[in-house]
Design a protein around this ligand. Structure first.
Ligand code: GLU
Length: 412
């Protein structure tokens, strides 16, 4: 039977629990979400018909601060996946040392089948349904797969109708509407800092390193462009329509312009088109899955030719795939570290909103860098101490912080 996303996350957690040595009740407490809500969303379609969709918000843990995590639109969204993603947020915020717990939301919808105004009605309806469970000190949504600053603006506006002006209810807003400079690029930029630290620790560097990126959405395209600026060689990228490849490296800024013009990376003039499945197996230093979950499984883990897998997406490796890769000497840079840049800058945005004060981009980027560097130092210390993988070390660090906060607050 195929493993579900929530099972994968819990197996990774179990590896870390085994290192720490917790009792079963504590393990259960740390695994299980505090609250999970599903709402039926009924909207009027543009043609006058009725559309029905299901939305979820799962609040996993808030021992360290308000629940925090993105909202995604996807035809793959289901409660199991949202539970997994909410749990990952708890560990990510702890590892990145931002004062939040973990949550996630999702609407089961293929956003390409809805017009922008239908998506607006859907987002507003969802916000109306959950407005009592979100708020600047309770639960703060943000962008995730197929949601952007515009969607966050609708959430902010709809929430304000019920609860008054409070932009800190949601992060990843447009810069002109209480958003933060640097937030849109933050997850991709965080990936760059993460892999730079890992490579330098191994006596290597970004300059000349070969990257392959699966997915050219917000995270993949920002990482791809920033890597290019650091003289890394991005040999191939893909999107849902297909992959493109150039042995000498792609000009990722030009690929981005091509995507904006044509709607896909495919048929980029200075590259060959390639099948999506081939891309994952390309020879490179760093393979960066930046699309969806469970793309590296026990079926293809043996065929991965990269030395490092940088998990820009949430949950791209199954539990077995992770262990196959590590046994083969491939270093997996885990999602809760690799993509923590997004929520870190969300924290900066929230702090700016609360203080009614804006930061310059240099400050955002340099504070992001220090959070990522500190997280890596913590991980590296635990890897050396316990002789464990980077993923288990990241979970051990995060669990210890959440566990400590839980103990200090006292069980009610
Ligand atoms: N959706 C992003 C993530 O998975 C960002 C979450 C946030 O900023 O709250 O980390």
């Amino acid at each position: 039977m195929t493993e579900t996303a929530y099972e994968t996350t819990n197996k990774f957690l179990q590896d870390a629990f085994d290192v720490i040595g917790l009792d079963k009740n504590a393990e259960h407490l740390l695994k299980t979400p505090s609250r999970q809500v599903s709402v039926e969303l009924v909207i009027q379609r543009d043609d006058g018909s009725i559309g029905n969709f299901i939305g979820y918000r799962v609040q996993h843990d808030n021992a360290r601060g308000p629940f925090k995590g993105g909202l995604r639109f996807s035809g793959d969204v289901n409660l199991d996946e949202v539970r997994s993603l909410a749990s990952l947020m708890t560990w990510k915020t702890a590892l990145a040392d931002v004062p939040y717990g973990g949550a996630k939301g999702g609407i089961h919808v293929d956003p390409t089948e809805l017009s922008r105004s239908e998506l607006e009605r859907l987002t507003r309806r969802f916000t109306e349904c959950i407005h009592e469970m979100i708020g600047p000190t309770t639960d703060i949504p943000a962008p995730d797969m197929n949601t952007d600053a515009g969607v966050m603006a609708w959430i902010f506006d709809e929430y304000s109708k019920h609860n008054g002006f409070n932009p800190a209810v949601v992060t990843g807003k447009p810069v002109d509407l209480h958003g933060s400079v640097g937030r849109e690029a933050a997850t991709g930029r965080g990936c760059l800092y993460a892999i730079r630290e890992v490579l330098e620790n191994d006596g290597e560097g970004l300059d000349g390193s070969e990257f392959v990126i699966q997915g050219f959405g917000n995270v993949g395209s920002w990482a791809g462009r920033l890597l290019h600026d650091q003289n890394a060689k991005v040999k191939a990228v893909s999107d849902v329509h297909g992959a493109i490849y150039n042995e000498n490296g792609l000009d990722t800024h030009a690929v981005y312009d091509h995507l904006k013009k044509t709607g896909s990376v495919v048929d980029f003039p200075q590259a060959e088109d390639m099948a999506n499945e081939e891309l994952l197996e390309l020879d490179c230093d760093v393979l960066m899955p930046a699309a969806i979950g469970h793309v590296i499984t026990e079926e293809n883990a043996d065929d991965i030719s990269a030395d490092y897998v940088l998990e820009a997406a949430n949950g791209p490796c199954t539990y077995k795939a992770h262990h196959i890769l590590e046994d083969r000497g491939v270093t997996v840079v885990p999602d809760i570290f690799a993509n923590a840049g997004g929520v870190t800058v969300s924290y900066f945005e929230w702090a700016q909103n609360i203080q009614h004060f804006s930061w310059e981009e240099d400050r955002v980027n340099s504070e992001l860098e220090s959070h990522m560097v500190d997280a890596f130092r913590t991980i590296r210390g635990l890897m050396n101490k316990h002789d464990i993988t980077m993923r288990t070390a990241a979970f051990v660090a995060a669990i210890q912080k959440v566990r400590e906060a839980t103990k200090q607050r006292g069980l009610q």
